[in-house]
Design a protein around this ligand. Sequence first.
Ligand code: ADP
Ligand code: MG
Length: 224
Amino acid sequence: MENILKAAGLKKYYGKGDTMVKALDGVDLEIERGKFTAIIGTSGSGKSTLLNMLGGLDTPTEGSVKIGGTELAALNNEQATIFRRKQIGFIFQNYNLVPVLTVWENIVFPISLDGQKPDKKFIMKVAGMLGLEEKLDSLPNNLSGGQQQRVAIARALVNNPEILLLLADEPTGNLDSKTSDDVIGLLKMTSREFHQTIVMITHNPEIAQMADRIVRIEDGRIAT
Ligand code: ADP
Ligand code: MG
């Protein structure tokens, strides 16, 4: 199978001298297209740092990240912003919805940033799969946590159906365990339908069990 993502010799050091933190200390990781990978590790093990490097949200101290053949370090700031918007969907623990926009407006927000017209039929399909069709006119504050995270998933998925990679940092961190299972189940189902690749961070072994592959990170290194 084709590897969609390839990280090699990835290091991220914060600070200098005595106070230096080696958040990542030599990570090699390849992610297969279409697979759902969970990255698991305790708090402070380097999970968020790794995800930020993989998504080009921050630059590594050393090493390289290639996504679909593009070397992230070769892009300037503007190119990197466009690359992220077109090729990567991000899902965060705190949903990051815009409170004054409706569910529908939140979902189409990244599309409008790109000056594109939303594909209404496709968006309705994704909203339906995620059980959001009745909530499209609601404001985020009137939704439960699980519903808000489903909106964030819809937003990441419809931004571009040809998106290469979906990166999620503790997407169920604010949800109870039943809701977490539901949300991850829906994420898995929709991403499979659209042949998307997911890399999800979690500290929760039960949630990680829902992935095709589990990668463990300890003290900034891959443990398994
Ligand atoms: P995780 O997501 O697994 O909890 P992080 O990747 O957030 O871990 O952090 C890994 C280590 O790097 C921790 O020791 C953390 O304190 C440190 N760290 C993370 N971000 C920064 C930063 N911006 N400046 C300094 N240290 C940081
Ligand atoms: Mg984290």
